[in-house]
Design a protein around this ligand. Structure first.
Ligand code: ADP
Ligand code: MG
Length: 325
């Protein structure tokens, strides 16, 4: 449905995209996740034909965006970071204007009415866009993207600047659109991709560093490898031995604890179950485990972790990849 192949983008000397490739299949809802400045808007503007890549290809529904931008644009409804709204137009007037602009051939009244119903803006159809709340304006932005009924919807940070209630409404709207559209949305908010998207593409400094099903992303980053362990014994000695234990990636004294013992955060190397060796080592020292709690990872942790690991991969000398810090 959407194919991006080896895309590079330079703004002068600034490399905004560094060899990005991915595909999005029909019906998928894909989240483009990355911190500010990662290259999300640049990528979306290239897919939608509003910006050309320095090199590489992008196609939508088999149409090359660079060669055939006008045809490609017909397949895409786009909500840019700055929605192209005219504050002095009324909502229905604006949607009719977009209808003309897109040279839409669907039944005008039925189509515009349907879009206003889907985006729940019929009640403000005669209001000036400039007088609407940010939440309503964003829905009008989504409505203009829907004009012409394109199969692909692309939303660039659709919930930025909205209050929590508006955010929920916009997410619900996008989730519903995802039932019969292919959707890409960008965000720097992890919970957003988690609640809306089937798949997550993580972009950092112009490079794609993860492409995973949403349900797998936490596991990939190792959410089953961290424990909080409460141990009875001398704190400093325990910490030293934990850190020396094979398979332990990191161990920290949390500073917490009670009469039973001191609490430590222990994280295993990827793919290693440290529970047995942890038990055996502590037993041999006479330091009983009072509590062992698997610690899930928040998506924030996952994000930071994936970015850290990518950073380490890039900076580690050849042959020393994946070593302990
Ligand atoms: P994001 O949408 O993820 O915040 P952008 O795609 O807007 O990231 O920007 C990616 C990088 O490209 C940033 O370093 C940004 O400063 C730079 N950049 C974006 N647009 C321009 C431009 N028009 N001219 C120069 N640099 C730009
Ligand atoms: Mg952006």
């Amino acid at each position: 449905m959407i194919e991006v192949k080896n895309v590079f983008k330079y703004y002068g000397n600034v490399m905004a995209l560094d060899d990005v490739s991915f595909t999005v299949n029909e019906g998928e809802v894909v989240g483009f996740l990355g911190p500010n400045g990662a290259g999300k808007s640049t990528m979306m503007n290239i897919i939608t034909g509003y910006l050309s890549s320095t090199s590489g290809d992008a196609s939508v529904c088999g149409i090359d965006v660079l060669e055939n931008p006008d045809e490609a644009k017909k397949k895409i409804g786009f909500l840019p970071e700055q929605p192209p709204l005219y504050r002095e137009m009324k909502v229905s007037e604006y949607l009719n204007f977009v209808y003309d602009l897109k040279k839409c051939t669907l039944n005008r009244k039925a189509h515009v009415d349907e879009i206003m119903a889907v985006t729940k803006i019929a009640n403000v159809r005669d209001r000036l866009i400039g007088n609407l709340s940010k939440g309503y304006r964003q829905r009008v932005g989504i409505a203009q993207a829907l004009v012409g009924n394109p199969p692909v919807m692309i939303f660039d940070e659709p919930t930025v600047g909205l209050d929590p209630k508006q955010i929920i409404e916009i997410r619900n709207l996008i989730r519903n659109l995802g039932k019969n559209h292919t959707v890409i949305l960008s965000t720097h908010i992890l919970s957003e991709v988690q609640s809306v998207c089937d798949r997550i593409l993580i972009i950092n400094e112009g490079r794609l560093i993860a492409d995973e099903k949403t349900e797998n992303i936490a596991r990939v980053a190792g959410s089953d490898r961290r424990y909080t362990v409460k141990i009875a014994g001398p704190r400093r000695d325990i910490l030293r031995e934990l850190r020396a234990l094979s398979g332990v990636r990191s161990a920290e004294d949390t500073g917490d604890g009670d009469a039973d013992g001191a609490a430590f955060d222990v994280e295993a190397e990827r793919g290693i179950d440290i529970r047995k060796s942890l038990f055996n080592m502590l037993a041999s020292k006479g330091w009983p485990i009072m509590e062992l709690i698997p610690r899930g990872m928040s998506l924030e942790d996952v994000f930071v972790r994936i970015m850290d690991e990518d950073e380490r991969r890039r900076t580690a000398p050849e042959g020393r990849r994946g070593g302990k810090e």
